[in-house]
Design a protein around this ligand. Structure first.
Ligand code: CP3
Length: 343
C-alpha cells in the first residue's frame, strides 16, 4: 500500500522537501470533541486502548479534523509494564497508578520480558493493522514506546511524581538492580516495537519523558545505553528519540543510530542543531501553551520557529498538547506550517 502524503517519512529519512511536515504529540485525545464523545461512553481509558476498532477510530480523528501529516497509534507507554506483569490503572483526573511496584530483586525476577512479554500486546498490533487499513495510505502511521528509564521510573514510583525521587534513589543506592530492570524493559521494548513495525507502523518514537530529571552522569549510565540498543535493534523503519529536558546530552544523542531527535520547548533550535550536528532531522518544539494565544499570534510564533529551524525539521510541540487547548489554536498552528514553503 503506497502512502499518498509521505512528506513526514521523506523528511524523517533526510530527503529535501518543500515544507516541514506537522503533527502534534497527544493529538489523539481530549482536545478533540469526537474523542471526548467516545471516551464518555466507555468505562475508561483502558477500554479505548484495548479495543482495536476504537483505538483505530481515535487515531484517525486528528487526521480528519486537523489535516496533520502523520497519525500516531492511540495507546500508552504503560502497556509495556503491564505486559511484563505490573498492571496499571488510569485514575480519572489523577493519571496512572500501579497498585504493585518494583522494590526488590525478586520483583524483577518475577517480571516477564522480551518476546514473551510483547506477545501479550496483541490488541496493540491489531489496532496498528486496522489503522493502517483504514488510513488507506492517507498519511504515515507512527508507533511508539516509552524509553527504558521513563518506564523504570513509573514501575518503581508507582505513579506520576514531580521528582521521581524513589526511582532516582534506586539508581544511587542499587545501580545493579536498576540495570537488571532496565535490561528486561529494553528487551521487551525491542520485541514490542518490532511487532508493531511488522503490523504496519512506519516510524517509531521513543518517549523519554523523564530524561530531564537525571544528572548527565546518570543519563549516560542508565538511559543512553538502553536507548542506543533500541536504535540499533530497530533497523526496519526510522526512529525518533524524544528525551525531554536532556539538552545536556545532545552531543551524545547526535551519535545515536536514529534519524530524528525531538526537542522540548526550552531548547533553542540553533543550539540543538549545533550540539546534535547536521546528521539528524530535528522535531519540535513550540511551547504547547503558545496555542492558548490568538490565531494571528500563533501564526507569527510558528513562522518564527520554522525559520529558526530551517530545513531537516518536523514541526511539532515541545511536549504533548494540553487537553484544554482551544481547537482554533491547534488549527492555526497546523495550517500555518502547511502553508509555509522553504525559500
Ligand atoms: O496522540 C498521541 O500522542 C497518542 C497517544 C498517547 C497517549 N499517551 C494517550 C493518552 C501517547 C503517545 C502517550 C504517551 C505517554 N503516556 C507518555 C509519554 C509522552 C509524554 O506525555 O511525556 C507518558 C508519560 C504517558 C503516561 C500517561 N498516560 C500519563 C501521565 C497520563 C495522564 C495524563 C493525562 O493527560 O491525563 C496518561 C493518560 C493518557 N494517555 C491520556 C491519553 C489521551 C488521557 C486519558 C484520558 O482520555 O482521560
Amino acid at each position: 500500500m503506497s502512502t499518498k502524503n509521505d512528506l513526514f517519512l521523506r523528511t524523517a529519512r533526510g530527503e529535501a522537501v518543500e515544507r516541514p511536515p506537522v503533527w502534534l504529540m497527544r493529538q489523539a485525545g481530549r482536545i478533540l470533541p469526537q474523542y471526548r464523545a467516545i471516551r464518555n461512553r466507555l468505562s475508561g481509558f483502558k477500554e479505548l486502548v484495548e479495543t482495536p476498532e476504537l483505538a483505530a477510530e481515535v487515531t484517525i480523528q486528528p487526521v480528519d479534523e486537523l489535516g496533520v501529516d502523520a497519525a500516531i497509534i492511540f495507546s500508552d507507554i504503560l502497556v509495556i509494564p503491564e505486559a511484563m506483569g505490573l498492571p496499571y490503572e488510569m485514575v480519572e483526573k489523577r493519571g496512572p497508578l500501579f497498585p504493585q511496584v518494583i522494590g526488590s530483586e525478586a520483583d524483577i525476577k518475577a517480571l516477564k520480558s522480551g518476546a514473551f512479554a510483547a506477545a501479550d500486546l496483541q490488541y496493540v498490533y491489531d489496532a496498528v493493522a486496522l489503522t493502517r487499513k483504514q488510513l488507506d495510505g492517507r498519511v504515515p502511521l507512527i508507533g511508539f514506546s516509552g524509553a527504558p528509564w521513563t518506564l523504570l521510573a513509573y514501575m518503581v514510583e508507582g505513579s506520576g511524581s514531580k521528582t521521581f525521587s524513589k526511582a532516582k534513589k534506586l539508581l544511587y543506592t542499587n545501580p545493579g538492580l536498576a540495570h537488571q530492570l532496565l535490561e528486561k524493559i529494553s528487551e521487551t521494548i525491542i520485541a514490542y516495537l518490532k511487532l508493531k513495525v511488522q503490523s504496519g507502523v512506519q516510524l517509531v518514537q521513543i518517549f523519554d519523558s523523564w530524561a530531564g530529571i537525571l544528572s548527565p552522569e546518570q543519563y549516560r549510565e542508565f538511559a543512553l545505553p538502553y536507548i542506543r540498543a533500541i536504535c540499533e535493534g530497530i533497523t526496519e523503519v526510522p526512529v525518533t528519540v524524544f528525551s525531554k529536558g536532556a539538552w545536556f546530552v545532545y552531543e551524545d544523542l547526535g551519535q545515536l543510530d536514529c534519524q530524528v531527535i525531538g526537542l522540548d520547548w526550552n531548547t533553542p533550535p540553533e543550539v540543538a542543531r549545533q550540539w546534535v550536528g547536521d546528521g539528524k532531522v530535528l522535531q519540535g518544539n513550540l511551547d504547547p501553551c503558545q496555542l492558548y494565544a490568538a490565531p494571528e499570534v500563533i501564526e507569527k510564533a510558528a513562522i518564527k520557529m520554522l525559520e529558526r529551524f530551517g530545513r531537516k525539521h518536523i514541526a511539532n510541540l515541545g511536549h504533548g498538547v494540553y487537553p484544554d487547548t482551544p481547537l482554533e489554536g491547534v488549527r492555526a498552528y497546523v495550517d500555518t506550517v502547511k502553508a509555509y514553503r522553504y525559500k
